[in-house]
Design a protein. Structure first.
Length: 228
């Protein structure tokens, strides 16, 4: 069975222009030095204690974030670090990637969490694609502090603002219902793989939802990184 895609959570237990290449200014070099420091924090044997007053900002990811995001993902998915980091990279390199719906959360220490909504196929419904939430990662020293909750609400709000009717997820049944996710099979959806537990396959209905959207989910090739 493939690793559970939302393996880490906290409370329960760029826009398009920003995706363009950034000139090599002094500010950009400073950003890269900052990114290097962030990678050191993630890889270190002892992560720093979080500052209570840290301000958390959520925003679309930028090219300069990619290496640090990969480190955060690996640190969060300790049982399947390379598989899930590969999933992120493969989605980002595919036609299913949506730059404005790949978000990071950062505080004074740098990038501390990441989430993606990307397209997956759907067969038998009124559309041929639907948004899928996967993966969501929070750096271990920032888990159980509401960071993931804030990030998920932000990305769902952006999906709603874009007029999307629904988001599906393969995730932790005790975590995602707080965001309005419900068992997808009860609404007529079929999961991409028979090995996915029914209670872990959920859908979030947004204001544009209609019942004829339901169908069978088909994962694109990027998800082959997770195996069976």
């Amino acid at each position: 069975m493939a690793p559970q895609l939302e393996d880490t959570h906290d409370d329960a237990g760029d826009d398009h222009a920003e995706q363009q290449e950034i000139p090599q200014t002094e500010h950009h070099r400073t950003d890269r030095r900052s990114a290097d420091r962030q990678r050191s924090l993630v890889r270190g044997s002892r992560l720093p204690s979080p500052a209570v007053a840290d301000e958390i900002v959520t925003r679309p990811e930028r090219d300069v974030d990619h290496a640090v995001v990969a480190e955060v993902v690996r640190a969060a998915f300790v049982r399947h670090p390379d598989e899930v980091a590969s999933l992120v990279a493969r989605i980002r390199a595919s036609e299913h990637f949506i730059p404005e719906l790949a978000l990071v959360a950062e505080d004074a220490t740098g990038v501390i969490a990441h989430v993606m909504l990307s397209w997956v196929g759907i067969v038998g419904g009124s559309r041929t694609k639907i948004l899928n939430l996967s993966p969501m990662s929070v750096r271990p020293d920032r888990q159980r502090r509401g960071v993931g909750t804030r990030l998920v609400w932000d990305v769902l709000g952006r999906a709603e603002a874009a007029g999307e009717p629904a988001v599906v997820v393969e995730g932790i049944p005790a975590y995602y219902p707080r965001f309005g996710f419900e068992r997808a099979s009860e609404l007529g959806f079929t999961s991409a793989k028979p090995t996915i537990p029914d209670e872990a396959f959920m859908v979030k209905r947004l204001p544009g939802y209609s019942s004829d959207l339901a169908g069978r989910i088909v994962y694109p090739p990027a998800f082959d990184a997770l195996g069976d």
